[in-house]
Ligand binder design. Structure first.
Ligand code: MRU
Length: 353
């Protein structure tokens, strides 16, 4: 793993495949430093997903796919069977990094499927690399399509609240929820954004505020505790967030605190939208099947390296929560917008796919 610092001139690209290496922005260093990290070993990619060097559901889906591309290139196997065995071992390691975002499983399964279709070692290596590259390009196109659909829901002079980071930094580029915000601005409407800080890891202040400011989008930061205040003051017209997993019933799993924001939006009659690609839908699971990742308590007992709680304190630190469909005004996808009753309209989006 080699590190280099680069100055960024244009819109952010989080993940790139260059000369058979995976290059990603190290998001743990933002907003203070923009550092690109190079990967040649899939074990390092797994570690990067685990430690939030790369995070956000679509971004970890594509990183998982590139992780398998590296595993294929790393493999010394001489036969198809040995290569599939190596890939299967890498798939397991990559899959076990984070349990909630379904995009990771989706990305890994897609690569394993094409690998199994290849006839020999060289063909499989080529197929795996080309498929991962295509997944990265498709991610950007999908986000732009989602942005186009979603922008119709937003009006001139809207102030839009968002939680966590569902932006370029959570995808390959452009973003899901922030992609809709970008597309709304690109359509000529004047909009403002309110970003929540998103404790404990601060994806809102470190990443959303950084990337919107970077792209010249009007953004104001609030502490998570000011969500109710800003809504009660009439400072918010709409809310949009991303998702890590959406069930066929319209139950949405997203960054911890999303449920609170959605509940508060309902209380104040503010439309609450979710933007996510079809790869974020899990049509098989029921709410009781979904594992909510529980992260280290140190994320709560301190901010960065500074300790902000007494030693030995008990901590609950879930990374995600579930927002029920009755709090959601619409789910924006690349194929259109699902509305209540979600069961039917999600089914239609997949049938049209
Ligand atoms: O823990 P994180 O930073 O990976 O959580 C990210 C989120 O919850 C995002 O809102 C979600 O992945 C959607 S990203 C387009």
């Amino acid at each position: 793993m080699k590190e280099e610092t680069t100055t960024l001139h244009s819109s952010l690209r989080t993940i790139e495949w260059k000369d058979n290496k995976l290059v990603m922005i190290d998001q743990t260093k933002l907003p203070n430093e923009l550092v690109f990290v190079e990967f040649t070993d899939y074990n390092d990619v797994a570690n990067a997903i685990r430690t939030l060097v790369v995070r956000g559901a679509p971004a970890i889906g594509v990183s998982g796919a590139f992780g398998l591309a590296l595993a294929a290139l790393q493999s010394k196997s001489m036969t198809k069977e040995e290569l599939i065995e190596d890939l299967e071992k890498a798939r397991k390691i990559l899959f076990e990094t984070r349990p909630t975002a379904v995009n990771l499983k989706w990305g890994l399964e897609k690569i394993m499927k094409v690998a199994n279709e290849g006839d020999n070692v060289n063909e499989i290596k080529e197929l795996v690399v080309q498929t991962a590259k295509k997944m990265a390009e498709d991610d950007v196109k999908i986000n732009m399509a989602m942005g186009k659909h979603g922008s119709e829901l937003f009006n001139d002079n809207d102030t839009i609240m968002t939680h966590c980071n569902a932006g370029a930094l959570a995808t390959v580029a452009y973003g899901t929820a922030l992609g809709v915000i970008r597309a709304t601005k690109e359509s000529g409407k004047k909009i403002k954004v309110i970003a929540t800080e998103t404790r404990p890891v601060q994806q809102g202040s470190r990443l959303t505020a950084f990337e919107l400011k970077h792209d010249g989008i009007d953004v104001t930061l609030i502490p998570d505790t000011a969500v109710g205040y800003t809504m009660a003051q009439g400072l918010v017209n709409k809310v949009i967030v991303g998702a890590d997993r959406i069930l066929r019933t319209g139950h949405v799993y997203n960054k911890i605190g999303t449920y609170q924001v959605a509940t508060m939006a309902k209380q104040h009659g503010i439309p609450f939208y979710v933007a996510a690609p079809l790869s974020t839908f899990d049509l098989q699971s029921n709410p009781e099947d979904v594992i909510i990742e529980q992260r280290n308590g140190s994320e709560v007992t301190g901010i960065g390296d500074k300790k902000t709680a007494p030693d030995g304190i008990n901590v609950i630190n879930p990374a995600f929560d579930m927002t029920p469909p009755e709090l959601i005004s619409g789910i924006i996808t690349e194929k259109g917008i699902a509305k209540a009753p979600f069961g039917e309209s999600i089914k239609k989006l997949f049938e049209a796919n």
